[in-house]
Design a protein around this ligand. Structure first.
Ligand SMILES: NC(=O)c1ccc[n+]([C@@H]2O[C@H](COP(=O)([O-])OP(=O)(O)OC[C@H]3O[C@@H](n4cnc5c(N)ncnc54)[C@H](OP(=O)(O)O)[C@@H]3O)[C@@H](O)[C@H]2O)c1
Length: 318
């Protein structure tokens, strides 16, 4: 008989009311798989998008679907052909797979070892569980795609959330001046993460305030919110600046000819997770936690992330 695990799951697309908590069969360990005892699993806005059925063109779902793509845990079993990890290893990862079915909001999961890296020693389980997707998104956007360099200025939209919080810290580590945009309530949070300036998007047009802070414009605009805040921020870019968005495909944007645009979709990457671990262990990357929830309170975790006003990370501790 298959081993069972307690898990959050849904059997059809829909709202938060579709979430249930119960026992499901754990999949058998195929070649290259490991079984993890889950210690923490970060909750991301995309988990709600997948549950609603709005991501099915990109990642199809198989029901019952266990949500969640972030994990931090301990290797309990290794399947045939596992070479890199061993029982007892403490690992973390962004474990998005081609099909959404066996997610991370569970006590135990089976996952390919090639999606997992050793977890940062300096972070708690909860912090490490909240880092993978948000941290990878920020790193792959700001540093890899955005090529941010020392002495440059970056404007970050949505800077108090999971992605924005990592982006502030990575940008400071790169030696940039950081202008961070979120609500006034989050200003202290963004300053603590290293922002040189903060702007309240509710207080008036962002571009006018940016002009006072960076009269020559910004080199890199990192968009993790889109909408009006992005549209009115385009004027802050230098004529040859770069715009990286994790939400906007750029088609409807009026961009000056010299501006480089790129949409980034975060990719699982062990080398990038290794890099984030090194930064965390060097004390250069922290993971502020907004709230933790048990599996039984999974609906509350989704309510918080679907508010789109989370300061820091929401994490499930099964
Ligand atoms: N393409 C990808 O691969 C990828 C990867 C990860 C995330 N994403 C997307 O990126 C977005 C951010 O993700 P996240 O995990 O950081 O979300 P999050 O943790 O929910 O954070 C969102 C933040 O945006 C701020 N905000 C809300 N309205 C704003 C506005 N008009 N201007 C500036 N800031 C505003 C909120 O701050 P206040 O509470 O202070 O308002 C909140 O802290 C989500 O839409 C997510 O789906 C895309």
């Amino acid at each position: 008989m298959a081993q069972q695990t307690k898990a959050a799951y849904y059997t059809e697309f829909g709202g938060i009311d579709k979430l249930q908590v119960g026992s499901l069969d754990l999949p058998n360990l195929s070649a290259g798989d490991v079984q993890l005892l889950v210690k923490a699993a970060g909750v991301n806005p995309v988990d709600a998008v997948v549950r609603a059925g709005h991501f099915a063109q990109v990642v199809p779902s198989v029901f019952p679907t266990v949500p969640g793509w972030d994990v931090c845990g301990i290797v309990e079993k290794c399947g045939p052909g596992v070479t890199r990890l061993a029982v007892g290893d403490e690992v973390y990862g962004y474990v998005r797979q081609p099909v959404a079915q066996h997610g991370t909001f569970a006590e135990r999961i089976v996952v390919p070892e090639n999606l997992l890296a050793k977890s940062p020693a300096k972070l708690s389980w909860v912090e490490a569980g909240g880092l993978p997707l948000a941290g990878l998104t920020a790193y792959q956007s700001v540093i890899k795609a955005g090529q941010l360099k020392a002495g440059e200025t970056i404007l970050i939209l949505g800077a108090s959330g999971g992605v924005g919080g990592s982006a502030i810290q990575l940008a400071k580590d790169a030696g940039a001046t950081v202008i961070a945009v979120a609500s006034a309530d989050s200003a202290g949070h963004m300053k603590k993460l290293g922002a040189d300036y903060t702007i309240d998007y509710k207080a008036g047009p962002v571009a006018e305030t940016v002009k006072k802070m960076a009269p020559d414009g910004v080199d890199l605009l990192f968009d993790a919110i889109s909408g009006d805040t992005l549209t009115q921020s385009l004027a802050t870019l230098k004529p040859t600046g770069r715009l990286i968005s994790v939400l906007n495909d750029g088609k409807a944007l009026q961009l000056p000819a010299g501006v480089h645009f790129q949409h980034v979709m975060a990719q699982p990457s062990v080398p990038d997770l290794d890099h984030l671990r090194e930064l965390a262990d060097a004390g250069k990357l922290t993971v502020p936690i907004a709230a933790t929830f048990s599996l039984d309170d999974v609906k509350k975790a989704f309510e918080q992330i679907e508010s789109h006003h989370t300061t820091g990370k929401v994490v499930i501790v099964p």
